[in-house]
Design a protein around this ligand. Structure first.
Ligand code: UD1
Length: 419
């Protein structure tokens, strides 16, 4: 077992390149299935979930090669339409393969991904979208069996802009030769990234980034070389680290527009922010001013994935900051851990009241989920004295060697193997 050993109290300083986006690379890798040749994706992060995705592609018959951050997927021969249970259970977002497999092979069989550490994660909107296109979807013994039959043009209307359901619908629509319009689509940058990859393969897709996406599929897609966008949540995490420790950090290779809602919060809390075309520099005061209410909501509003890391930066703020989590039911599991550092946080259902304290102290902490784990690391860096963080498998799902990234900014943080 590994743990992180952190000696807090030093401001983070310096410049850091941002890794490729985890939440983009997974749907983009699934999308390689719809090309009957090779797709090359650059800027892929080295993460466990990416490895699981490559295993799924290999299982389906693709030839996959990885060289550094470049992954080449040759999907000339897709031999299967199923994903085994063990791979489905490794990663909830493997449900994104449903639409891509269906578009490529006309059928798909996978297991129901079930809940996760953030609370129940139903896929009713994914299934509804496929059924609206005319796919036959049967749920039997915890497995989902889909058959495309003859998909036909239609209008899909989402009551809530689900990221995964939008991606699944876009991918499945590639198997239909008529126009499919998705209303109430998610508008996250990862949706635009998927559209851009599909267009570079010759697909007819428009509207991503707005709430209406229109796709006409049914034609063969050609080979493409494409660069994955950088990870807006990793960028937000490093900036939150600067804000938590009263430091100054520049993130590079990131589109500032992708983290606008986070930057607005820090600008209102006394940080100086300079943006370039692909870089953001945040310089924080020794203690932030409280931010009032921060409400998570679908893009372009404040992202739920940034809630926990940003919470960590307000633990020592002057005054009270409130968070309202509107996307997931169970996204405050890191709060009891943060209290061990001396943080004052009250929870009331979906609200968290964070009363800034003058100083935090070191503690033994355990990660509860990916972004909650990152929050513990940032909070420990802003606390006086020594802390440890365990449960690193959560953090490693989303950050490439978090200790190396933060150490490059001057953080006193090491990974220790204690097994
Ligand atoms: C994606 C991101 C995740 C992020 C989330 C919201 C990936 C791999 N993951 O997850 O990091 O936190 O977007 O920005 O990209 N819902 C339903 N029925 C459905 C689908 C979703 O009720 O069929 C609900 C979910 O339970 C949740 C909300 O909609 O409460 C948002 O989910 P969704 O946008 O689908 O998130 P994911 O795509 O799972």
């Amino acid at each position: 077992m590994s743990i992180l050993q952190i000696s807090g109290g030093q401001p983070l300083q310096g410049s850091i390149p941002v890794q490729g986006a985890k939440n983009s690379v997974l749907p983009l890798l699934a999308a390689t299935l719809v090309c009957q040749g090779q797709t090359v994706l650059k800027n892929c992060p080295a993460l466990h979930d990416v490895e699981v995705t490559l295993q799924i592609l290999r299982h389906l018959g693709c030839r996959v090669e990885r060289s550094g951050s470049t992954i080449a997927v040759d999907a000339s021969q897709v031999l299967r339409s199923d994903i085994p249970d063990d791979l489905m259970h490794e990663m909830r977002s493997s449900v994104i393969f449903m639409g891509a497999i269906l578009a490529r092979t006309g059928q798909a069989e996978l297991s129901y991904p079930g809940g996760c550490e953030l609370g129940p994660r139903p896929i009713d909107l994914h299934l509804k979208a496929l059924r609206t296109m005319g796919a036959e979807v049967l749920e039997r013994d915890g497995r989902i069996h889909c058959r495309a039959g003859s998909l036909s043009g239609c209008e899909i209307r989402f009551p809530f802009p689900s990221v995964g359901a939008t991606e699944n619908a876009m991918l499945a629509a590639l198997g239909c030769g008529e126009e499919i319009a998705i209303y109430g689509a998610a508008r996250e940058p990862e949706i635009v990234d998927l559209q851009n990859l599909l267009r570079s393969m010759g697909a007819q897709v428009s509207g991503a980034g707005t709430d209406k996406i229109v796709i006409t599929g049914g034609k063969p897609l050609h080979e493409a070389v494409y660069t994955v966008i950088s990870d807006r949540i990793a960028a937000a995490t490093w900036l939150a680290g600067a804000a938590a420790t009263g430091g100054s950090v520049e993130v590079t290779g990131i589109c500032p527009g992708h983290i606008r809602a986070v930057l607005d919060v820090y600008a209102a809390s006394g940080c100086r922010i300079k943006t370039g075309e692909t870089a953001v520099l945040l310089t924080a005061p020794e203690r932030l001013r409280a931010a009032g209410l921060i409400r998570t909501a679908p893009s372009p509003a404040f992202p739920t994935d940034a809630q926990a890391p940003v919470t960590a930066s307000f633990l020592r703020a002057l005054g009270q900051t409130q968070f309202e989590e509107t996307i997931f039911e169970n996204r405050y599991r890191h709060v009891p851990e943060l209290r061990k550092l001396g943080a004052r946080i009250e929870l009331d259902d979906r609200l968290a009241y964070v009363q800034g304290v003058e100083a935090l102290h070191g503690a033994e902490l355990c990660s509860t989920d990916l972004r909650g784990g990152a929050a513990l690391v940032l909070a420990a860096l802003s606390a006086e004295g020594e802390s440890t963080v365990s449960g690193l498998h959560h953090i490693d799902r989303g950050y490439e060697r978090i200790e190396a990234a933060l150490a490059s900014l001057g953080g006193a943080i090491k990974r220790l193997d204690i097994s």
